[in-house]
Design a protein around this ligand. Sequence first.
Ligand SMILES: NC(=O)c1ccc[n+]([C@@H]2O[C@H](COP(=O)([O-])OP(=O)(O)OC[C@H]3O[C@@H](n4cnc5c(N)ncnc54)[C@H](O)[C@@H]3O)[C@@H](O)[C@H]2O)c1
Length: 331
Amino acid sequence: MARVVVTGGCGFLGSHLVEELVRRGDEVTVFDSGSPPPDRTPSPAVRHVTGDIRDAARLVEVVRDGVDTVYHLAAVVGVDRYLDRPLDVIDINLFGTRNVLELAAKAGAKVVVASTSEVFGKNPAVPWREDDDRVLGSTAVDRWSYSSSKALGEHLAFAFARERGLRAAVLRYFNVYGPRQRPAFVVSRSVHRALNGQPPVVYDGGGQTRCFTYVQDAVDATITVGTDDRAVGECFNVGSSAETTVTRLSALVTELTGAGIGVPVDTRDRLGSRYQDLRRRVPDTTKIGSLLGWRATTDLRDGLARTIGWARRNPWWLALPETGVQPERGR
Ligand SMILES: NC(=O)c1ccc[n+]([C@@H]2O[C@H](COP(=O)([O-])OP(=O)(O)OC[C@H]3O[C@@H](n4cnc5c(N)ncnc54)[C@H](O)[C@@H]3O)[C@@H](O)[C@H]2O)c1
C-alpha cells in the first residue's frame, strides 16, 4: 500500500488512474479544482480535496510528509482551452507545477509529471525519441504556449532533481482516448457526434496521422513509472506505435456506431493562424519498452468499441455540449 496524491484526479486520465491505484490497494488523495466524473464509484480509499495547485497554502495540506508518490496531472487541456485561456495554461503549468515539485521535494515524495507529445512541436522527423529536438512556431500562435509551458514543467522537474534531490520522472502522453474524455478531441468528439446522430469530424482532409492510445494503457504506463525506481530521473514517451489517419479513425467510428459519413472540416479555416495542425505525430517508445517493459496493447478497434459501449451506457456524457473547436463555428 502506498500513500499517493493525484493532482487533476477528477479529469479524464486522472480519474482512470485513481481507479487503478485504488484497485492496487493504494490510499489516494485527489487534489483538483473540479469535481469527480458522475460515473465514478465513490471509494473509502479516496479522499477529495478541492483546490488550485497555484495555491501553495492549500496544496501543502495534501503534498506533505508521509506521501510516497505524487502523480501530477492537473493542467488546462485541449485546443479550445489553450485558445480561450492562454494565461491559465501558462500559469498552471509553470507556477502550479513549481508548487507541486517544491512541496514534493520537501516531503521526500517521488513525482510523476504528466507532460505531452506537444513538447516536440512540429518536428517533421517522426518517430520522436525522448531526446529529439523541439521544433516550435511563433509566440503569436497560442498553440505553442501549451507546448512551451509543459516543456518548462519538465525543465523544472529536472532542476528540482538536480538541486533539491527530488525523485521525478516525466511522461509524454500521445493522443490518449477513452471513456469520460471531454467531447473536444478527435476521438471523443467523433464518438459523441456519431452517437448523437451527427457525422464525425475530419480535419484538413483527414490524411494526418496520430497514434491513438487507449486510456488503460496510459494508466498502466503511469503506474509502471510511478512504482519502478529505474524510472527516476527519466522522461518517457507513452503512446501506441500504430499510426492511423484521421480518415481511418472516422471510418472505424462510423462502422462501430453504425452512424453516417464524415464531413470534412478544415481547422485552418476555423482557427486561422492561432493554431497549426501537425501532419504526423508518432512516438518512439523503445525507451519505456526496454527499460520498464511497457508497451501499448489495446488495438484501436477494441479501444473504440469499449469507449462507444461506455458512452452508450452514460447518457450524461452524450448530453454534454460538444466542446472544443466547433465545426459549425467560424464558417
Ligand atoms: N489526454 C491526452 O491525450 C493527453 C495528452 C498529453 C498530455 N496529457 C496530460 O495529461 C494530464 C491529464 O490530462 P486529461 O486529458 O486528463 O485532462 P483533463 O482536463 O480531463 O484533466 C485535468 C484535470 O486537472 C484539473 N485542473 C486544471 N487546472 C487545475 C488547477 N489549477 N488546480 C487543480 N486542478 C486543476 C481539472 O479540473 C481536471 O480535472 C494533463 O497534464 C495533460 O497535459 C494528456
